[in-house]
Design a protein around this ligand. Structure first.
Ligand SMILES: [Fe+2]
Ligand SMILES: [Fe+2]
Length: 203
């Protein structure tokens, strides 16, 4: 299993494993995790809609993100269904410190190409880290049903990670993408190192 995790980590390029204790504490507050997860999926869907609106002239991006909106919204509905099965409400959206930290690293001014690249890489990174967290849950939870539940998300988010990298490379020189991706990975490692390990957050 460790070799598998190692391989997955390398594929995604993430430089820091999630602390193994996270899955244990997350497993104890699955309801909180489900609420946070539900909002992650909503944000994924709405961000894809925003990207389509912002980059309407990029045909490939529009074509490829259009079905992702549906998929992410489908994810939201699956998570909502799990909450309802437990007689729970959706609950309030929480402050997403992980994503806020990533947004701080995005290029705000400068050229349009650099801003576009950072938007694609931010999405790729969130998908990669989500995938890694779902993998943890799919392997470490005691409940077999929930392990299987998270496995589906893990596979789907791995595909999204690859899609955002591909979109970046479609519109921007691969060498530039690789160089900036390395900077993002190093930054994300730093963010993860300093982020409090919480039982009620996907990230
Ligand atoms: Fe998703
Ligand atoms: Fe996704």
């Amino acid at each position: 299993m460790d070799i598998n995790i190692e391989a997955q980590k390398n594929i995604l390029g993430l430089q820091l494993h999630t602390d193994p204790r996270w899955v244990d504490i997350a497993g104890l507050s699955l309801e909180e995790i489900l609420t946070d997860h539900a909002y992650c999926e909503q944000k994924a869907a709405t961000t894809c809609i925003s990207l389509i609106q912002k980059y309407a002239e990029k045909d490939k991006l529009v074509n490829e993100l259009a079905p992702i909106v549906t998929e992410e919204w489908g994810h939201f509905r699956l998570v909502l269904q799990e909450l309802r099965k437990r007689g729970l409400q959706l609950g309030k959206q929480r402050r997403d410190e992980y994503v806020n930290k990533l947004l701080e690293f995005q290029q705000k001014g400068g050229n349009a190409e650099g801003r576009f690249l950072d938007q694609m890489l931010t999405m790729a990174l969130i998908e990669a880290r989500s995938c890694e967290r779902f993998k943890r849950l799919s392997e470490g939870l005691n409940d077999a049903y929930m392990r299987n539940f998270y496995r589906r998300f893990m596979e789907s988010e791995a595909g999204h990670y690859a899609l955002f990298i591909d979109l970046a490379e479609t519109y921007i020189d691969k060498e530039k993408v690789r160089k900036r991706w390395a900077e993002w990975l190093a930054y994300e490692k730093d963010v993860m190192t300093h982020l409090e390990l919480r039982s009620d957050r996907i990230h």
